[in-house]
Design a protein around this ligand. Structure first.
Ligand code: ADP
Ligand code: MG
Length: 273
């Protein structure tokens, strides 16, 4: 599905956010990406959803060399990928159905998009997507009257009506309570399993990554530190991945903090070669 060869992104001339990353993601895989903040995870996802242009290396989407795409070809490729963000970017005062159908805008002509504001098109699609995320009865509710968790479900439904082959979720549960986080992550993994859509998720919570994903990538300093099934991810590897982060950040991520020091350092603090 994806093939990255020495993929690189540099900001402001010298900040290497993604540092020659090479990997493959197969069709239908579920992959969690974890790592401290500033690791380059969001940048990696923006390269993968084709909203950032790489500064080096190559990115293949199936048999498309993304670096050679522009214009219509690039827009078509982008439509194959649905992204869910931490801030779900819904329009609060619109009804749920309009927010969900906003996911179809890429596939519609301008006039049809405008028309849909008055007469919702493809109601079936919207209803189907809301059924998949468990809130079909909210079709005509006002979005800002829903709970935070329901709004996150609407954001997922919006991506589903886009009918993407790939779902990228960038910390979709960073600001929600643990029960809800569990439910949302399980839902996305389940959707990926049953529909065959490829799922990549950046996760703040190590626990969730290890519990629900068959493949976990540790990302730090713009590089892949490890790429393994969860059973093979050791405490020592996590210690190295998160070395030097603050205790509060560690607790938020659900990483064990064995010492009383303000920094976790059960791995060597700076294990670089
Ligand atoms: N648009 C940008 N312009 C300049 N620097 C950026 C930009 N986006 C991210 N960065 C920098 O790139 C590094 C990686 O950031 P990011 O990908 O957001 O990491 P993460 O998602 O793992 O927290 C950080 O040092 C961040 O400040
Ligand atoms: Mg990020």
């Amino acid at each position: 599905m994806y093939r990255l060869e020495n993929l690189r992104k540099v900001f402001d001339g010298d900040l290497v956010a993604v540092d020659d990353v090479s990997m493959k993601v197969d069709h239908g895989e579920q992959v969690a990406v974890i790592g401290p903040s500033g690791a380059g995870k969001t940048t990696l996802f923006r390269l993968l959803n084709l909203t950032l242009y790489p500064d080096g290396g190559s990115l293949w989407l199936g048999d498309l060399d993304v670096g050679r795409l522009h214009g219509r070809g690039l827009r078509a490729a982008r439509r194959r990928i649905g992204t869910i963000y931490q801030q779900h970017n819904l329009v609060p005062r619109l009804s749920v159905v309009h927010n969900v159908l906003a996911g179809r805008l890429g596939a519609w002509s301008g006039w049809r998009a405008v028309w849909s504001l008055f007469h919702p098109q493809e109601l079936e699609a919207a209803h189907g997507a809301l059924t998949q995320v468990g809130i079909p009865e909210k079709l005509y509710a006002r979005t800002d009257e829903l709970s935070g968790g329901q709004q996150q479900r609407v954001a997922i439904a919006r991506v589903l009506v886009q009918e993407p082959e790939i779902i990228l979720a960038d910390e979709p549960v960073a600001s929600v309570d643990p029960n809800l986080a569990n439910a949302i992550v399980t839902l996305l993994v389940e959707i990926s399993r049953t529909s065959g859509k490829t799922l990549l998720m950046n996760l703040h919570s190590v626990e969730l990554a290890l519990a629900y994903f068959p493949r976990v990538i540790g990302f730090r300093g713009g590089k892949i530190e490890f790429d393994r099934p969860p059973a093979d991810v050791t405490e020592e590897m996590l210690g190295r991945l998160y070395a030097g982060i603050s205790r509060s950040e560690a607790e938020e991520a659900g990483i064990p903090t064995p010492h009383e020091s303000p920094l976790i350092c059960y791995g060597p603090l700076f294990p670089r070669k």
